[in-house]
Design a protein around this ligand. Structure first.
Ligand code: ZN
Length: 220
């Protein structure tokens, strides 16, 4: 089983200027999950053709494994317009190990966004320690965005780091981490955190249109 806690199949409605996880699916097994990806991709491609004026981008959340590699191979990842790479296991790490793990994931050419970067759960789990200077510099260099996970149990990246991230040239991305339609409303919490961290429109991937985002991503 891979990413059972938080594996998201993400569809972004960027014509509406928001990248929102629209469809969540927790896999029972890898084969079933891959089949579901194929089915969902065909479904949304069909929708793309029928809904004028809206471009739908297809993304996926991929697990960052212990060595920093992603749990899906290139043949899977290349099917998507963007990939959110996140840690969901082996959360007890030293700062050095956690930083190296994330740096490897950031250098992966398929990684578009680093999801819930510290793994914290408010009131129940501390995030793993990170060398944020190294993470921000690597994200800026490799053009990897960092998620502001808007789930109220996460709110990760913490608002206190947002000004430093933007000053280092990092783009942020508000993601509600929705596992249901109702969960999309959590984007409001992310917007509040972005404001609290003094972010501007240009700091957010959500505020790019589809062509801007794809061009930004293609510069890797
Ligand atoms: Zn996740």
């Amino acid at each position: 089983m891979t990413g059972a806690f938080c594996q998201r199949l993400v569809v972004a409605l960027l014509a509406a200027s928001w990248a929102l996880p629209l469809y969540a699916y927790d896999p029972l097994n890898r084969a079933e999950y891959l089949a579901k990806i194929k089915e969902a991709k065909a479904y949304y491609e069909d929708k793309c053709e029928k809904v004028a004026g809206i471009r739908i981008l297809k993304g996926i959340e991929s697990d960052i494994l212990g060595d920093g590699s992603l749990d899906y191979d290139e043949k899977v990842l290349e099917r998507f317009d963007f990939v959110i790479a996140s840690v969901h296991s082996k959360l007890s790490m030293t700062e050095k190990d956690a930083t190296q793990r994330l740096l490897t994931a950031i250098r992966n050419p398929y990684t578009t966004i680093l999801g819930h970067p510290t793994g914290r759960l408010l009131l129940s789990r501390e995030g793993y320690p990170l060398d944020f200077d190294a993470i921000f510099d690597a994200c800026a260099k490799h053009r990897v965005g960092i998620e502001i996970n808007a789930n109220p149990h996460r709110l990760d990246l913490d608002w206190r780091y947002l000004r430093t991230a933007r000053e280092r040239g990092v783009r942020l991305c508000i993601g509600p981490d929705a596992h249901s339609v109702e969960g999309l409303d959590d984007v409001d919490y992310g917007l509040g955190i972005a404001r609290k961290g003094w972010l501007q429109k240009d700091d957010l991937l959500n505020c790019m249109d589809a062509e801007e985002l794809l061009a930004w991503r293609r510069t890797k």
